[in-house]
Design a protein around this ligand. Sequence first.
Ligand code: SAM
Length: 302
Amino acid sequence: MIGARQFKRTRRVGERSVRARISDSSLFWIPDFGPERPSAMTRIIHANWYDFPQYYDLAFRDETRAEAAFLQAAFTRYADGRVTTLLEPACGSGRLVRALAAKGFRVLAFDLNQRALVYCQRRLQARGLRATLFRADMCQFAVSQPVDAAFCTFDSFRHLLTEKHALQHLRCMAEAIRPGGVYILGVHLLPPDASDECVERWRARHGRLSLAVTLRVLKVDRRRRREWLRVSLRVQSPRRVVRIRHEFPLRIYTASQLRKTIGRCGQFDLCDTFDYWYEIDRPSQFNDDMADTVLVLRRKSR
Ligand SMILES: C[S@@+](CC[C@H](N)C(=O)[O-])C[C@H]1O[C@@H](n2cnc3c(N)ncnc32)[C@H](O)[C@@H]1O
């Protein structure tokens, strides 16, 4: 039995701090849910945590630089030909859209969540960057011109709860990427002998705003290939404390199951596999021991 899997790129269990680097504090507003009550009674808001892209962005900010550098290195190493145009399905707050637009790529990105898209646009504007954003569903979308490369990390793919939707997504991606282009897919796999239990906690800070994130796996149903997660955010500013709680299901994959789904799509070759340490010179074995997994897929020639 191996230990609890982890959702963040960290080998340490427990809390850690992230130092703030972003200067535009207006982008880190706390919604006005009224004054704070005594701590034991602080109100818990049950809401979709993706509706708070500013906190999502802050929570994962320290991952972004290494991830963007890895993506750029992987495009160069694995794509046939030059990579200038990119697509990110389920871009969320757009942390990677910004990072890659800043490196000079032409980025197209979409998400279902309108609030995330608005936030992404504002953050791009604040930095004088450009990207093409639109609202769409990961399993039903098309782009007017195929891109050179695409990426979808941090488990967005596992939001697609059925094989049908996963395949629809992969087929849309195959249409959206030119032959020889790459699709980089980041997924937390659940090894067959992994513990079902998983709790992770970490902290991030921006100026006087501090964010505590707790991510807990509530239930795992391996037969139905579902797990239920609860994300709890505690957002504290000098004026108030807000707690946000979101429970949602994700689809479970072992390495063999993911390999099968990609095989059924039939339009991608697997080039290499990595873990969430994003070390381009250290590929991993794609087998059922893998948990944090980044696949580099190449679009087959027609
Ligand atoms: C874990 S976040 C990942 C965001 C971003 N890829 C990143 O790495 O920061 C998952 C995102 O998937 C989006 N999402 C979930 N289901 C979707 C769907 N069917 N189509 C498009 N976006 C979806 C959510 O709105 C959320 O922004």
